[in-house]
Design a protein. Structure first.
Lengths: 645, 300
């Protein structure tokens, strides 16, 4: 327990000190970063104690507010989510030190420290009011961080949309806690329970779903993925904050008792839609950060597929399906935090060199920044779920769970395996595109030739995260077995011998991957030997005899996925405008495509236009006369008095 | 134990498939055609040449041919050949094989984009967009078979299939799977109706244009890789309806080789009869294959 309090104290202290040390920028930045790193270390020790030494913490303190209590606890579920938090937080903080503008450093650092603290509190809180306070702090600090460069156009609108959307979801959460706590008249999580199960589930879906970001509730996307948002903020938001939505959903499911099968199917359908639409939207984006944000939506879809499979398995009394589904979802939460953090930090490094995140202006960056490029490559391979990296392990667990479930019901296999495979296919498309267009080939427009050198503060996070993707992949058999045992015990099933056979299967996969690497090494040697006495010349790329090939003739991000946009035009609704040149010899022409988010266009924009119109009808109340307002106050007091009597 | 010879067969015998296909096409066109062993002669010629590397490229260009050869060798340890089980098999190896194919695709698309000119970009874009629908079809068809026979590894699924299984009751899912997997086979090996391996024009190709900047040894390795991929996919298709399961192992092997020969003849026949589909039609055909596989899963 003292570890947890030390960690929180360090984070709050760091925030406070960095605000005080406004003038001494370097000292303030160093203290903030050190506090985050130290707090994360303490947090990781606490996580290790809970997950590996089977300890658990709980503490209740009274406080001076009329409702609720300071009730926190740290069990395995909280510890697992906190693990992802404390891996990504110090690395993002190092990145923040290296990239943040000095004038704003003091409040960016303070907000960042408070964000980490509030995230930790969200995972710790076991009281409704404490949870909502931590939630609100998380939303506000992330809003401040998003608006760091509020002078840049577009970010203001996106930031406000994010704030409003999250508060709408907060309303759903408030109602949910009210509902769950009304039976026992207390907001303490331990006494949560209700008979209105479906209503509670729907409220949890709306409330936590807006944070998790499955379609159609993915409104935070615009704020997080805006080029003006610092990349380490996007990494934290996409890697950890959406996990709080999943965490909340899982916690609510614990308090709702035995889940119904229909909930599982709802989650599977929602997961399939989020995954498929998410990856299709991602493949049509030309801004790398928006693509990564939509890819987060897709990964949340996969996590929901896992949770849904688990619920269906639990309701149908299929222990293997339930265990594998939940284990896959949890491992995917961790994996996603790591490789999404890696990709966002990589795009932040790119932004530092090129001052843009528009893929159509970039290219050939692998030669300019090889380490950033190769770690981005590893992140892309991990997110496509190729062995032996970590993405493959969680997809393998989900696949096995769904296979077992298919024996019972074809629909489960079809929805889960079908959407998973569909998503993988298009994920391959999207991430080869982004890596290829950003790092390979030639630069499409002249990049501002910033001779900025990257220091260890940028390289270390990228290297550590990419090593972790490979490490978790290679240690996959052991991690999977341990996680399966943990989940089986948590769900109330006994540990099965089948888990050992899964561990053996994963070991075979890892061994085959090692054999593959050895084969590549052998082939490299053979190729070198074959070319020893022969010519290895340099030339230009085959350009079909063009006299003056230019880098602008390369494929762009949008042209690469044009077949996808055409085939799915009913879903994607791309708008294009084309001004052809109509002289005999080509002069100037103009072609523009834009792909707008369908849920924003068809669901939310009409809703947000309708609401002010409806509420405008009440405008007659605001007459502007002070006497009338005093009359309103007197009337309200009078009514309250009557009601109390 | 004899299954460990599978990688050797894949490496040494796969160019013969290309030879049979080219000979068939030539005979249909009224020509005499190249000798059956011509692909071997071409490979030997390529392996004796030097390479020309473009200045725009990075080391990833040189990695792609190596991956194209290494992956089918690993996969041949997992794919059953004819009536014989693969040397290695485990539950869930279906997903691993699909992931191996994705590895080849990833590195070939990356190498194509590495060259920095639009010609290879054409191939990369088409390859990525069209193969995206191949993976779900492949997985769903095999999961349908997994459900039908209640087993989770490729070799154990194939151990239930023999040349009589089409006449058994409940063989409709099997027929649908064969149709779906054959369409995926034609896509993955870049044959008509998805791609025209005979032309070398950038505008009409998918696979051939991605390898334009590879030369000499690299090109030889890439050709060998695509031949091995065809052999592996072919053994998957052949194993669906041809295993003998009555005689000794040597008879199974002979039957399997005959099956591959007939498959190559069939591919040559299709290539001579049809033209490549118009590009917007290709995703529609892949969707049709996906629907066939889905039906197979629902019925199974």
């Amino acid at each position: 327990m003292s570890l947890i309090f030390t960690s929180l104290f360090l984070l709050f202290g760091g925030a406070f000190l960095s605000l005080i040390l406004k003038r001494k920028v370097l000292l303030g930045k160093s203290i903030a970063t050190l506090s985050v790193v130290a707090a994360s270390l303490f947090g990781l020790i606490a996580v290790y104690q809970v997950l590996f030494l089977n300890k658990s913490f709980a503490l209740t303190l009274p406080w001076s507010l009329p409702l609720g209590s300071f009730h926190i606890a740290f069990d395995s579920l909280s510890a697992f989510f906190a693990l992802a938090l404390f891996i990504l937080a110090p690395l993002s903080s190092l990145f923040c030190f290296a990239t943040i503008d000095t004038k704003k450093a003091y409040w960016v650092n303070a907000s960042f420290n408070l964000l980490i603290a509030s995230l930790f509190l969200v995972f710790l809180a076991r009281d409704g009011l404490l949870f909502l306070m931590a939630w609100e702090l998380m939303v506000l600090t992330s809003f401040f961080l998003v608006m760091t460069e509020h002078e840049k156009p577009g970010i203001g609108y996106e930031g406000w949309v994010y704030l409003i959307a999250t508060h709408i979801s907060g309303f759903a959460l408030f109602t949910l806690f009210f509902l769950l706590g009304s039976a026992s008249n207390s907001l303490n999580f331990d006494s949560f329970g209700t008979t209105e199960l479906t209503l509670a589930f729907v409220l949890a879906l709306i409330g936590f779903g807006t944070k998790a970001g499955f379609i159609p509730l993915h409104l935070w996307l615009g704020a997080e993925a805006h080029p003006a948002t610092p990349s380490f903020v996007s990494a934290m938001m996409s890697g950890i904050m959406i996990n709080t939505g999943i965490y909340g959903l899982l916690r609510t499911l614990i308090y709702l008792g035995s889940p119904m099968e229909s909930w599982g199917w709802t989650l599977i359908v929602l997961g399939a839609i989020s995954g498929i639409f998410g990856i299709l939207f991602a493949s049509t984006e030309k801004d790398i950060k928006r693509q990564l944000a939509y890819s987060s939506v897709e990964n949340i879809g996969i996590i929901l597929l896992g949770i849904g499979t688990s619920i269906v398995g639990y309701a149908k009394d299929l222990p293997l399906v339930a265990t594998f589904g939940l284990a896959a979802a949890l491992l995917h939460v961790l994996n996603h935090a790591i490789y999404k953090g890696l990709l966002f930090l990589g795009s932040g490094a790119i932004y530092k060199i090129t001052q843009t995140t528009n893929m159509d202006k970039l290219g050939g960056l692998l030669k300019r920044a090889p380490l950033v490029g190769y770690t981005f490559l590893i992140g892309s391979i991990a997110i496509i779920a190729l062995p032996p990296f970590n993405g493959f392990i969680s997809e393998f667990l989900l696949f096995m769970g769904a296979l077992h479930g298919t024996l019972d019901s074809s629909l489960l296999g079809l929805l889960v395996i079908g959407s998973m495979a569909f998503i993988s296919g298009y994920a391959l498309l999207t991430f080869t595109r982004s890596f290829g267009i950003l790092f390979l080939g030639e630069a499409r427009e002249k990049i501002p030739n910033e001779k900025c050198a990257f220091g260890w503060k940028i390289y270390l996070p990228l290297l550590l995260l990419s090593t972790m993707t490979l490490g978790i992949g290679v240690m996959g058999p052991y991690i999977a077995k341990r996680l399966l045992n943990l989940v089986a015990t948590a769900l109330g099933f006994h540990e099965s011998a089948y888990f050992s056979s899964i561990q053996a299967d994963l070991k075979t996969i890892i061994l085959l991957s090692l054999l593959f690497s050895a084969l590549i090494g052998l082939l490299v040697l053979l190729r070198k030997r074959a070319l020893k006495n022969r010519s290895e010349e340099k030339g230009l790329s085959w350009d079909c005899g063009y006299i003056a090939p230019t880098p602008r003739m390369q494929y762009t991000a949008l042209s690469f996925t044009e077949p996808v946009r055409t085939f799915y035009r009913a879903l994607l609704r791309t708008k294009s405008s084309w001004l052809p040149s109509n002289a005999i010899f080509p002069t100037s022409a103009n072609f523009k495509t834009s792909c707008s988010d369908i849920s924003e266009e068809f669901l939310f924009r009409p809703l947000f236009r309708f609401l002010p119109h409806l509420l405008g009808k009440m405008r007659w109340l605001q007459s502007g006369s002070l006497q009338l307002y005093i009359l309103y106050i007197a009337l309200t007091l009078f009514l309250l008095l009557i009601w109390k009597m | 134990m004899i299954g460990y010879l599978n990688p050797l067969f894949t490496l040494l015998l796969s160019p013969l498939l290309f030879g049979i296909i080219n000979r068939t096409k030539a005979l249909f066109a009224g020509r005499k055609g190249p000798p059956l062993l011509q692909p071997y002669y071409d490979l030997v010629k390529l392996f004796q040449k030097g390479v020309v590397i473009s200045t725009t490229t990075t080391p990833l260009l040189k990695l792609s041919p190596l991956v194209a050869v290494a992956v089918p060798l690993i996969a041949s340890l997992l794919v059953p050949f004819g009536g014989l089980s693969a040397p290695l098999s485990f539950a869930g190896d279906i997903l691993f094989i699909a992931a191996l194919l994705a590895i080849i695709r990833f590195f070939s698309i990356t190498a194509a984009l590495d060259t920095g000119f639009s010609l290879e970009g054409i191939g990369a874009s088409r390859e990525a967009c069209f193969s995206a629908l191949a993976e779900p079809t492949f997985l769903i068809a095999l999961v349908a078979l997994a459900k039908r026979f209640s087993s989770f590894s490729l070799s154990s699924i194939y151990s239930f299939l023999c040349f009589d299984s089409l006449r058994m009751a409940g063989s409709i899912p099997l027929i649908l799977c064969i149709a779906a997997l054959f369409i995926v086979f034609l896509l993955e090996t870049s044959r008509i109706p998805f791609d025209d391996p005979a032309t070398h024009l950038e505008l009409t190709m998918t696979h051939e244009v991605m390898i334009l900047d590879h030369s000499g040894v690299d090109l030889g390795l890439l050709q060998l890789g695509s031949m091995m991929k065809m052999w592996l996919f072919g053994s998957l298709i052949v194993g669906l309806f041809l295993p003998l399961r009555i005689g000794p192992v040597i008879l199974e092997y002979i039957f399997a080789f005959v099956g591959m020969f007939l498959l190559a003849l069939l591919v040559g026949f299709i290539e001579s009869m049809m033209a490549r589909l118009r590009l917007p039609k290709i995703p529609e055909l892949m969707m049709a294959a996906l629907i066939l596989a889905t039906l197979a899963l629902i019925i199974a």
